[in-house]
Design a protein around this ligand. Structure first.
Ligand code: FAS
Ligand code: PHB
Length: 387
């Protein structure tokens, strides 16, 4: 078959890019290795920056957001039994919206189905070819060849597109902890998200709806969800999130998963006619709620660039990789700062050094919650830098 843009991956990046191209009348196909059910079943990110909400609304995807999205005016930072609210509207005039990645993927896929987009699931062995010529193409185990003008790798951290770039480097670091995330069928016990540093470890209270809570616990990287029966999870959440006069209401846990913590940025998001977007090009630890938002930021820029390309103007496309990576490195430093401030660093071997590190983190939190300037800097980055 022949099309204009061949997209590898039907995660949020691939599906949103397809939506942008379709609105501009640019032909595309999306090839996804997993099943539709698997893609729809993944529970991941939960918070959209103001810029992401604006992009989705401008693309006609605002109805579901308006119906399900929960507008939040800020977050709580908690440490040493104190909970401090940062009011983003007061600080920087912006809000964030709690809207699960699952809801976004579901809505995007429903739109593609409604409009008859060519989104194919369970396509194995996808491989890009001739990406440094003006006639790139994909092949896959089904024996088909997909000729196209542009290939987009929206295939995540473990995809095939980044390795197809000769000499691409991955600048990365890992963290000595992971997150155990749960979905619980219980109304959230808080209005805004709570990020808590506790001597036992980090904990966070988020949500998906007025009836469903999303909570996270810092665990050691080698642990599995099997090591954490429900009782142990709730006991740890009560310990790490509890403060006098506040109750964490428990409920049935419907989903449990462990997310490793890593930071990674590819040295380039392009090679010839191949462009990377989303996790294929970069990963952040979820503490700053930037993974999904970075994918949306990439795709908003790449989509506009590709539409201009097919209209005969390559100026934006030539700038895509540099512009997307410049924004990503600002996101990386914020995610790293939030992560290192809010997690217990048990990996530090020496007890005195460990105690110093923890007390220094408390100093960061005390300064941040005590300074309007520091709060504004956090708010500006959490609510989202300009696209
Ligand atoms: P995705 O990984 O979502 O999608 C890539 C798609 O490409 C997948 O469907 C995959 O099956 C497909 N694919 C891969 N290789 C392929 C091949 N060879 N052929 C065809 N298809 C292929 N972010 C947050 O902000 N907050 C969070 O709490 C959070 N939690 C996360 C938990 C987990 C377990 C993971 C993995 C990520 C989490 N993230 C979180 C980040 C996450 O939301 C990503 O940023 C987001 O999914 C990025 O979207 P995509 O770039 O589309 O990549
Ligand atoms: C979530 O709701 O899944 C979520 C929220 C904020 C984060 C990470 C995850 O920083």
């Amino acid at each position: 078959m022949r099309t204009q843009v061949a997209i590898i991956g039907a995660g949020p990046a691939g599906l949103l890019l397809g939506h942008i191209l379709r609105r501009a009348g640019v032909g595309f196909v999306i090839l996804e290795q997993k099943s539709r059910e698997y893609v729809l079943g993944r529970v991941r990110a939960g918070v959209l920056e103001q810029g992401s909400v604006d992009v989705l609304r401008d693309l006609g995807l605002g109805a579901d957001l308006a119906a399900r999205g929960l507008t939040h005016h800020g977050i709580y930072l908690q440490y040493e039994g104190e909970r401090h609210h940062l009011d983003f509207v007061d600080l920087v005039g912006r809000t964030v919206t709690v809207y699960g990645q699952q809801a976004l993927v579901r809505h995007l896929l429903a739109e593609h189905d409604r409009l008859g987009s060519d989104v194919r699931f369970e396509v194995e062995g996808v491989a890009p070819h001739a990406i440094d010529t003006d006639a790139p193409y994909l092949t896959h185990s089904g024996g088909e060849r997909v000729d196209c003008d542009i290939v987009v790798g929206a295939d995540g951290y473990h995809g095939v597109s980044r390795p197809a770039i000769p000499g691409v480097q991955a600048l990365e670091r890992s963290y000595p902890y992971a997150w155990l995330g749960i979905l619980a069928d219980v109304a959230p016990s808080t209005d805004d998200l709570i990020y808590a540093l506790h001597p036992d470890g980090f904990a966070m209270h988020s949500m998906r709806s007025p009836e469903v809570s999303r909570l996270y616990l810092q665990v050691d990287p080698g642990e599995s969800a099997d090591d954490w029966p429900d009782e142990r999870i709730w006991e740890a959440l009560q310990t790490r999130l509890g403060i006098p006069g506040w109750t964490l209401t428990e409920g049935t846990i419907s989903e449990k998963s462990i997310t490793p913590m890593r930071s990674f940025v590819a040295s380039t998001l392009e090679h010839g006619r191949l462009f990377l977007a989303g996790d294929a090009g970069h990963i952040v630890p979820p503490t700053g709620a930037k993974g999904l938002n970075s994918a949306i930021a990439d795709v908003a820029l790449l989509g506009r660039s590709l539409v201009a390309h097919f209209a005969g103007d390559d100026a934006l496309l030539k700038r895509y990789s540099g512009a997307a990576l410049a924004r990503q490195w600002k996101v990386q430093q914020f995610s790293q700062w939030m992560t290192e401030m809010l997690h217990v660093h048990r990996e530090v071997p020496d007890e005195a050094a460990r105690a110093f590190r923890y007390r220094s983190q408390l100093g960061q939190l005390e300064y941040t919650t005590g300074s309007r300037h520091a709060q504004a800097a956090l708010a500006e980055q959490y609510a989202g830098l300009p696209f």
